[in-house]
Design a protein around this ligand. Sequence first.
Ligand code: CUA
Length: 330
Amino acid sequence: MKPRPARLAPAAAALLAGCNRVQSALAPAGDQAAAIERVWDLMLWICVPMYVLVLAALGWALVRRRARGHTAEGDRRAAMGLTAFVVLVAGLLTVLTASSYIADRHLHAAVTDPVNVRITAMQWWWQVEYLDPDPSKQFTTANELHLPVDRPARIELRSSDVIHSLWIPVLNGKEDLIPGRTNTIVMTPRKTGTYRGQCAEFCGLQHANMALDVQIDDAAAFTAWKAHQRAPAPPPSTPAALAGLHEFTATACAMCHTIDGTDAGGITGPNLTHLASRRTLAAGALPLNRGTLTAWIAAPQVHKPGTNMPAVPLRPRQLEDIVDYLMTLQ
Ligand code: CUA
């Protein structure tokens, strides 16, 4: 496929995501999304025939509108037909209400031994913290959510600025992230794979560029990923990377970003400890590679107008070294 201009990427990505089932509520990959899809299916199979029935009745009435006179027998049949229709509608509405109630019970069922995650929404990215009773086992990443298959995840949702909404259609419905309040959502993935989540509440200029890369792993792969993410950043292995680390901590970069194991400890922007292990950049706005990372640091406002990431004045050599260093952060 030919590369698309950066400005078209979010819309195109969202469209394609719907088609290839990485972001489709009709292709559930978890228990809660499956419960929602069953209600959707039932509504479809009830409402489409009802719609056809109502239109057929309307058509019949229009055709017969000029038929003159009415008989007692005709009136009796019309009354019976209407009564039957009212009973049918009431019965079907009861079925829909019951199915909605049952799905709601599925969404809020108690879970045991969940993976505990806290997601904080910011304009316009996701901070993802893996919680643990042992603080030394906690770690923070950004714009990606890894979960193990066949184990529930309990996700705390917070916001640091405006109202956002987390929507991972293959796993569950939408849940708002509200400043000053903690919401909780449970997701129990059942299929491994790569999926996509998206902010579903208009939250400003770059609302569309607020995607979450979702990876469902088997238990062993998830444990390995977690162990890797907990480790501090690997030390620079080349002179350029070493120079890059120095530039990073000596310039404004370190005021906003943390790289565990270095002096960079800013908390305004995403934690970059294992940046190079991620698939996307700037909350899904760009794929992550050397070229996009260089372009992003050089001119964030070009790729994501309105972003809080400033263009740090860097000489070309400094920029190159910093990118060299960041690309070693596997
Ligand atoms: Cu965050 Cu829309």
